[in-house]
Design a protein around this ligand. Structure first.
Ligand SMILES: C[S@@+](CC[C@H](N)C(=O)[O-])C[C@H]1O[C@@H](n2cnc3c(N)ncnc32)[C@H](O)[C@@H]1O
Length: 224
């Protein structure tokens, strides 16, 4: 009990509003890929590996960003349907440019909000969501998780990657930067989502910790 309370007490709150998230990521869109390649590649690649994509699936990436992961998923699902949504116009525009240069056409990238997905109940085989919950206030996380559950098919797979709490002393540097200037961190702070997914009815199969340039990430795979 004490551990749970301490964990909650130590949680960092979201300090960039969703309105400001759009402003921050419109500014960061031009350089985001450099940051992502330096600090997030290992965790993102592992999530795609764990997804075990079978060609022909209905795949949705929420908060598709500049399309780094989306491209890799579409490549593995050339006969399926691939949807990507994001809140920030300039991130989405970069994802569109990336995909226009690709040989693929079986995808749809459009504006969208994780809180209110424009997809039918039980319609998605695989939902991918990377580095978005670390921007979301704790009291609002459950409604997004429920929205993910709603659109996933029974036994559908959820892959989440988040900036997580530091598990080594060096990796605390990012939390320290966040405390001083949350926008420098793109609004991202370390979170842990396993128990929240379970509380919302997901069956968590695996939670892995990765560190790249000391940046701490968790990769979660869960089944509806
Ligand atoms: C740190 S970036 C991650 C981008 C991408 N998922 C990746 O891993 O490269 C966070 C992204 O989440 C998006 N985002 C934040 N809140 C969102 C929401 N409520 N609905 C959809 N996208 C959101 C932002 O616009 C931004 O593109």
């Amino acid at each position: 009990m004490e551990t749970v309370m301490n964990t909650k007490k130590n949680n960092l709150e979201a300090r960039v509003s969703q309105e400001d998230v759009v402003k921050v990521y419109n500014k960061m869109a031009g350089i985001y890929d450099i940051w992502a390649l330096l600090t997030e590649t290992r965790a993102r690649d592992r999530a795609i590996e764990l997804a075990g994509i079978e060609d022909g699936q209905a795949i949705l990436e929420v908060a598709v960003g500049t399309g780094l992961g989306f491209y890799e998923m579409v490549k593995r699902n050339p006969n399926g349907t691939n949807y990507g949504i994001d809140l920030t116009p300039k991130m989405l525009a970069k994802a569109k440019r990336r995909m226009e240069r690709s040989p693929f056409s079986n995808y749809l990238l459009q504006p969208g909000n994780a809180f209110n997905l424009d997809f039918d109940d039980n319609s998605i085989d695989l939902l991918m969501n990377n580095y978005m919950f670390d921007l979301i206030p704790y009291p609002e996380m459950d409604s997004i998780i429920q929205e993910f559950r709603r659109v996933l098919k029974p036994n559908g797979k959820l892959l989440l990657v988040n900036m997580t709490r530091a598990e080594t002393p060096g990796s605390r540097i990012y939390e320290m930067i966040y405390k001083v200037s949350p926008k420098t961190m793109g609004g991202c702070r370390g979170i842990q989502l396993q128990s929240r997914l379970e509380d919302n009815g997901f069956n968590v199969q695996t939670r892995e910790y990765y560190q790249q340039m000391l940046f701490p990430s968790e990769v979660l795979m869960a089944i509806k």
